[in-house]
Write a protein that binds this ligand. Structure first.
Ligand code: RB5
Length: 147
């Protein structure tokens, strides 16, 4: 799968580890920064990942910042993005099954690195259930297109 990833300084280390893990697993990873632990704005990298998914350059996106909160708020401003801030296996799975989330957001100051790897794997491998959830997700897109 082609996956865009990005982080701010708080998520930098976890992003580097995740990039290595996803590449080893055979995914094509597009790293949109940041490139160091120097302080930066999570918005810049969140928008970059979200736009890559919105423009279909990448199939999915993963964003890391300290809590994940700011990145999720920013990513959800981008057209067509359903960014899910995930903390555990249940929310990782349900964000795919019920919400067809196309961007995963994780808090690098909340979750251990190993957990980040596990949650990302679950999220990438879980399909959308469709059915009644298709209608609900469709309503989000319809609302977005009216604004
Ligand atoms: C950076 O200090 C921190 O605010 C950021 O990583 C994130 O948690 C924002 O929501």
């Amino acid at each position: 799968m082609k996956i865009a990833i990005g982080s701010d300084h708080a998520g930098f280390r976890a992003k580097e580890a995740l990039k290595a893990s996803l590449t080893t697993a055979g995914h094509q990873v597009e790293d949109l920064g940041t490139r160091s632990e120097d302080s930066c704005d999570y918005t810049d990298f969140s928008f970059a990942v979200a736009e890559s998914v919105s423009k279909k350059t990448a199939e999915r996106g993963v964003i890391l910042c300290g809590t994940g909160i700011g990145s999720a708020i920013a990513a959800n401003k981008v057209h067509g993005i359903r960014a899910a801030l995930v903390h555990d296996g249940f929310t990782a799975e349900m964000s795919r099954r019920h919400n067809d989330a196309n961007v995963l957001v994780l808090g690098a100051r909340v979750l251990a690195e190993e957990r980040i790897m596990d949650l990302t794997k679950t999220w990438l491998e879980t399909p959308f259930d469709g059915g009644r959830h298709e209608r609900r997700v469709g309503k989000i897109g319809e609302y977005e297109n009216r604004c």
